[in-house]
Design a protein around this ligand. Sequence first.
Ligand code: A3P
Length: 321
Amino acid sequence: LKWQSPVESAKMYFEKFPEERIPLWTNPCSDPRHQAILPPSMSCSKKSLPDLLIIGPQKTGSTALASFLTLHPNVSQNMEIPGSFEEIQFFSGQNYLKGVEWYMSKFPNETTVIFEKSATYFDNPSAARQAAAMVPHAKLVIILQNPTQRAYSWFQHLIAHKDPIAMSSESLDVILNSTSSESAKFKIRQRCLSGGRYVHHLDKWLEHFSLQQIHFIDSDELRKEPAKVLSSLSKWLDLPEFPFETHIRFSPSKGFHCRLINGKTECLGESKGRKYSEMSQELRQKLDGIFALDNSALFKFLRKNRLKIPDWLEEAVRIRV
Ligand code: A3P
């Protein structure tokens, strides 16, 4: 037996158990012993954790969904997080290390439905486990977007942000041809493709949450008929009926639906609903091919669970049969 300083002991411990380097936060209000040692700034007398997580994936219309949902008078979203593109991104990254108190301080103490939307959660390998430890009873929303379109939208996002690799690659086609897993192009390829592999990521979420806790939304339907989508979401959330159709308007100049606030149309910013050229037929076919197995797995999953199959998925699977 040998004496070691606490710092040295900690180093040795985490070398032996590297997976424990990142703590797993739980809801302190669900354990009386944790409640008893909470700092005065944290109160368990009011709700301060979300009931609903909109988990993405990115580029599926998640921002539009969140902005429409806040129209409902019984719904509140997290407070704004400076420098974080309106998302908390707690369960999937650096903010997780800021701890439970930081997360809880981001929600209004109201008795309404509280939600947060972080589209980075869906395809992050740790998000499901971390979310289930903290908010095991939360409901989840997943948006199903044609992965081919989603990948193209991601690429356009990188171009708009002047990503040097995307800019120098001319087209997504060049990125897709990259096979060397170490190359920067391959990393972009993965970022474009990852979120669209629905069943692969869903399996992770279903290890920690039940299917009854998950509501699926078809991205195309959200774009075309947002009021209908929002009504069925709020019904699933047991919220009182709300006439979304009188608070959402189509803006011909934006080409998308927008919120109607005090008679004025409020659309999302330029980074949502970008204008870019359509993808070529060749690229579409290539991406459809890449996603063929994932789409088929999603189709089987939805059918087995008697869930609605989006038109784009019916079509993608039918073409391959
Ligand atoms: P594009 O900008 O590529 O068209 P997210 O918010 O999850 O990142 O998704 C962004 C995408 O939401 C946009 O991708 C756009 O197609 C889609 N979208 C759906 N409804 C929208 C709306 N009402 N306003 C703006 N974008 C919307």
